[in-house]
Design a protein around this ligand. Structure first.
Ligand code: GTP
Ligand code: MG
Length: 412
């Protein structure tokens, strides 16, 4: 528990500053296992997440958790959205998409509330993301292309605060060079990271100094060790101890001060006036809203609505006409197909008919020739029978003559 004045993970907050924290939403992006959860626990001096992510999903997922942090009678609603599985895939081309979609969805929800006739923005739970802590692996080399691409996609949508994670893994001289390298790569790739504002005199000096320290090199730990006679957050190694809140060891205190104490209001302000405004403008333009017509006269909402309605009706008519044409075309095609099938059927029928006629004629011819043969046979038979009866009357003397006649008739 924090004592008064209010302390969040060690940073002192007076009541007014605390108010700014209400509904503060943060985004944690960066590769798997870079210490995102540990850093949040260290920053807010609590244990947020339960189970660690499994990292078996095929794509990047987002895990959003809202916490009601309570101190005395003042509350802080803090939403932490963390990437799960970022950088785990072989093909990392679309890794940034779920993050962009999530941020846009929060803007869209706010825009929808704003466009309502009865809007209640003062009680609306603003889920827009106010800060993105982008965790960079302590390689000491260049930024990975995944990091550059993702930050480039996000820089017009959210305040990016790049941080070098697990900075105890890199030596002091390497860290200085790494910071310079990261900064120059961000500049040469046109990635706009969040700059602490220097226009307010009261914070201009500290913010100016802190901008020069970006990206912050941080170490996270929830383990407390006794150093001297004080309990401190630290990481212990065989060769020594790294103190999280020791500014000679890392930039954790700088990050905490800048993020929670000094610039929380500006982060919220930038989110609204810069990032949300850009989203709102693009979205309304996409919907056909304009401030002025081509003659630079103010464009009324009524006119916009009418123009959009006409455009919609025109498109609808066009679509209807296209569908009608398509229907007529399909009917014509079907008709032609049926005609073709009918023609083929007729041809087949004619062929079969002719075949049948030929067969019939052949059979008739054969029948005729068989009939002729039968008649001839009958005639011969009758003649033979006649001869036989005459023979029996004339006696045996005639037998020879009869045989001769039979032979002539073809019976012998
Ligand atoms: P995912 O949510 O699984 O992507 O991981 P994460 O980014 O939340 O990392 P997590 O906080 O779970 O830490 C992963 C491991 O790194 C744990 O073993 C931590 O103890 C360790 N770790 C966290 N912060 C630091 C740090 O600053 N330095 C070192 N050396 N290790 C750290
Ligand atoms: Mg985690």
């Amino acid at each position: 528990m924090w004592g008064h004045p209010l302390r969040v993970g060690g940073a002192e907050l007076c009541d007014t500053q605390w108010k700014f924290c209400e509904g503060a939403d943060q985004f944690l992006s960066g590769e798997t296992g870079l210490g995102k959860s540990t850093l949040m626990d260290t920053l807010f001096n609590t244990k947020f997440e339960g189970e660690p992510a499994t990292h078996t999903q095929p794509g990047v997922q987002l895990r959003s958790n809202t916490y009601d942090l309570q101190e005395s009678n003042v509350g802080l609603k803090l939403t932490i959205v963390s990437t799960v599985g970022f950088g785990d895939q072989i093909n990392k081309e679309d890794s940034y998409k779920p993050i962009v979609e999530f941020i846009d969805a929060q803007f869209e929800a706010y825009l929808q509330e704003e466009l309502k006739i009865r809007r209640v923005l003062h009680t609306y739970h603003d889920s827009r993301i106010h800060a993105c802590l982008y965790f960079i692996a302590p390689t000491g080399h260049s930024l990975k292309s995944l990091d550059l691409v993702t930050m480039k996609k996000l820089d017009s949508k959210v305040n990016i605060i790049p941080i070098i994670a697990k900075s105890d893994a890199i030596s002091k001289s390497e860290l200085t060079k790494f910071k310079i390298k990261i900064t120059s790569e961000l500049v040469s790739n046109g990635v706009q990271i969040y700059q602490f504002p220097t226009d307010d005199e009261s914070v201009a000096e500290i913010n100016g100094t802190m901008n020069a320290h970006l990206p912050f090199a941080v170490i996270g730990s929830t383990e407390e060790l006794k150093i001297g006679n004080k309990m401190m957050k630290a990481r212990q190694y065989p060769w020594g101890t790294v103190q999280v809140e020791n500014e000679a060891h890392c930039d954790f205190v700088k990050l905490r001060e800048m993020l929670i104490r000094v610039n929380m209001e500006d982060l919220r302000e930038q989110t609204h006036s810069r990032h949300y405004e850009l989203y709102r403008r693009c979205k309304l333009e996409e919907m056909g809203f304009k401030d002025t017509d081509p003659d630079s006269k103010p464009f009324s909402l009524q006119e916009t609505y009418e123009a959009k309605r006409n455009e919609f009706l025109g498109e609808l008519q066009k679509k209807e006409e296209e569908m009608r044409q398509m229907f007529v075309q399909r009917v014509k095609e079907k008709e032609a197909e049926l005609k073709e099938a009918e023609k083929e059927l007729h041809e087949k029928f004619d062929r079969l008919k002719k075949l049948h006629q030929d067969e019939k004629k052949k059979l008739e011819d054969k029948k005729k020739s068989l009939d002729d043969e039968v008649n001839a046979f009958k005639q011969r038979k009758t003649a033979a029978e006649l001869l036989q009866s005459q023979g029996s009357q004339a006696g045996g003397s005639q037998t020879l003559k009869r045989d001769k006649e039979k032979k002539n008739l073809g019976f012998l």
